[in-house]
Design a protein around this ligand. Structure first.
Ligand SMILES: [Zn+2]
Length: 54
């Protein structure tokens, strides 16, 4: 049983995702919030985390 709530939306989590430390979030994220945060921080590409200059 997993009774932990998402740190962002306070919803139930089927899977708990660990936030990146630069997101400054305490706790875990649900899949929805994790994807949203990914697209906020890394717009355009959810998969590749590329720190090279554009
Ligand atoms: Zn959430």
């Amino acid at each position: 049983m997993n009774s932990e709530k998402c740190a962002v939306c306070d919803g139930d989590m089927e899977h708990a995702y660990l936030p990146m430390k630069e997101w400054k979030i305490d706790g875990h994220l649900c899949g929805d919030c994790y994807s949203k945060k990914l697209s906020e921080f890394y717009p355009g590409d959810h998969v590749r985390v590329d720190l090279s200059d554009n």
